[in-house]
Design a protein around this ligand. Structure first.
Ligand SMILES: [Zn+2]
Length: 327
């Protein structure tokens, strides 16, 4: 069973399934993730330019331009994946309409809608999301992770002015790393497991084509308590400084890190995890690391064959919860 008897470490970060509540309480579970691009990816708002920011990175007054994975690029992809997962696990009966991504036509009757929230249709209610995502910042600078691609325009005229090339959207290079936190507030253990399954199994982000945006989400740890941990930007800056200070690397400045041709994902993962935990210490946060055994066990359950039943049970509870809301 996915409850606090089986997972006592989740008692501080989740709510029991029969105590889902409309009134926000402070039960937070922070899931620490490192997203690693495994193919080229497109993250753009205007259809062409890579989404970038300018960020000061520390005591050397140095700046860099990280690539951005906006919040909605993560939630959009994860929600689509979560809804498909529910179908795959047989959550919907044969006579039932399956849930959709259409903003005002979500069913509001599945665990995904009730956890991730849904906008109000004409007579429906609006459900606030209990999962928080945050814009993610790449560890390295745009000059090494963004590839501007041009291709020659078809035609083959002799005169080739600037107009004769077509610019494709900017591509993020494979190997680009985005430290991220996904935070659940007042979620049940089963809802947490649902998010873990999505995180482990969703492999596409950004522009949705089959050959782009392949991503591996490394789950680095889980932290429960009464508050949220470090924000993505803070976490990314801290990890850059930690890579610089690591004696086993040749980086001497933060610029050496942000302009590196590549950064080893497992080394980055170690520093992202340390950075998150150092913030708990230095900022005096009320957060406790969940043991690796519990995290692994929960992921096994979430990715196992019997998870469809867990989700079906959660759906009953989610419905009761929603019925209270609408009374
Ligand atoms: Zn739904």
């Amino acid at each position: 069973m996915l409850d606090h008897d089986t997972y006592p470490e989740l008692a501080d970060g989740t709510v029991p399934t029969d105590q889902m509540t409309l009134r926000p309480q402070n039960n937070y579970t922070n899931v620490l993730v490192l997203r690693e691009l495994q193919s080229h990816a497109v993250f753009t708002t205007n259809g062409q330019d890579a989404d970038l920011a300018n960020v000061a990175v520390g005591d050397e007054r140095s700046e860099y331009s990280p690539g951005l994975m906006f919040m909605r690029k993560q939630t959009g992809s994860d929600r689509r994946f979560g809804k498909a997962l529910q179908r795959q696990l047989g959550l919907f009966g044969e006579e039932e309409d399956e849930c959709t991504m259409q903003v005002n036509e979500m069913c509001q009757d599945c665990p995904e809608c009730i956890l991730y929230g849904s906008a109000a249709g004409d007579d429906a209610i609006s459900i606030t999301s209990r999962v928080r995502y945050d814009t993610a910042y790449s560890l390295r600078d745009a000059t090494v992770i963004v590839d501007e691609k041009f291709q020659n325009a078809p035609g083959g005229d002799y005169a080739k002015g600037p107009e004769a090339t077509i610019r494709e959207p900017d591509f993020f290079e494979p190997g680009t790393l985005f430290p991220c936190v996904v935070t659940l507030q007042d979620a049940t253990p089963a809802e947490l497991a649902f998010v873990l399954r999505i995180t482990r199994k969703n492999k596409r982000y950004g522009a949705a084509t089959s050959r782009l945006g392949r991503t591996k989400n490394h789950v680095l740890g889980m932290y429960t308590g009464s508050e949220e941990g470090a924000a993505n930007l803070e976490l990314t800056r801290d990890a850059i400084r930690a890579l610089r200070d690591d004696e086993h690397t040749a980086y001497e400045t933060t610029r050496d890190v942000t302009s590196a041709e590549n950064v080893d994902p497992s080394l980055a993962a170690e520093h992202v995890k340390d950075a998150f935990e150092s913030r708990i210490e230095s900022d005096g946060l009320d957060l406790t690391r969940v043991s690796t055994e519990t995290v692994d066990d929960l992921i096994d359950t979430a990715t196992g064959d019997a998870f469809g039943e867990v989700l079906a049970t959660q759906r009953e509870r989610s419905r009761e919860f929603l019925a209270e809301v609408t009374d």
